[in-house]
Write a protein that binds this ligand. Sequence first.
Ligand SMILES: CC(C)(COP(=O)(O)OP(=O)(O)OC[C@H]1O[C@@H](n2cnc3c(N)ncnc32)[C@H](O)[C@@H]1OP(=O)(O)O)[C@@H](O)C(=O)NCCC(=O)NCCS
Length: 190
Amino acid sequence: MQDVLPEGGVIRKLWIGETAKYRDHLLRLDPESRHSRFGGGVSDDFVRNYVDLSLSLEAVVHGFFLDGVMRGAAELRPLGRGFPHQAEAAISVEKPWQSHGVGSALLRRTLLAARNRGYRLLHMACLAENRRMQQLARKFDAELSFDFGSVVGEVESSRATPLSLMREIMADHHGFATAMLDLQSRMLRA
Ligand SMILES: CC(C)(COP(=O)(O)OP(=O)(O)OC[C@H]1O[C@@H](n2cnc3c(N)ncnc32)[C@H](O)[C@@H]1OP(=O)(O)O)[C@@H](O)C(=O)NCCC(=O)NCCS
């Protein structure tokens, strides 16, 4: 399915050396969005430490980039040794870009990445009052089941296939090519 994104925006994986882009995006979230993203009020220092920890745990982060700035992110983080087929997913979109399809596109990419890494169960910490996230998850009813009765939703992802692996590789190539074109046009404009 084709993603509908705000004009000029691209979704791609975060590259090595782009930690600051992810951290700055999370720090820019308005208080309400930050509260929803982390399941409570957290300090700037907490956010900084969180990003360092996530990236050291080999999280796969997809970003929504506009003019080279990360305005949305979806993180897929393995739960660790004791839980080889389980991961945690979390999404954030900065307020001016919410309700424009960015969250849906990020969740779609994250589900594909989860599937291709063999994660069978995806945990999403979502506050019970977070209607927006619940609406978003419902759009993927066919691919996932989500229990909103509890704070943590459990998502079952399908098995990887050659086609699903190819879809991720093609999306990565497309993201790279678009980012290079975007960089070139910004350099020409400067
Ligand atoms: C939850 C969040 C990720 C959704 O991202 P988004 O870019 O706004 O989502 P989308 O635009 O793709 O909308 C997805 C669905 O949410 C629903 N939705 C969108 N805006 C809404 C609003 N203002 N109120 C209620 N539902 C809304 C719609 O059903 C929409 O689907 P549709 O466009 O097909 O009707 C984003 O709002 C956000 O970052 N919130 C703060 C952090 C957070 O709560 N993270 C989740 C914890 S893991």
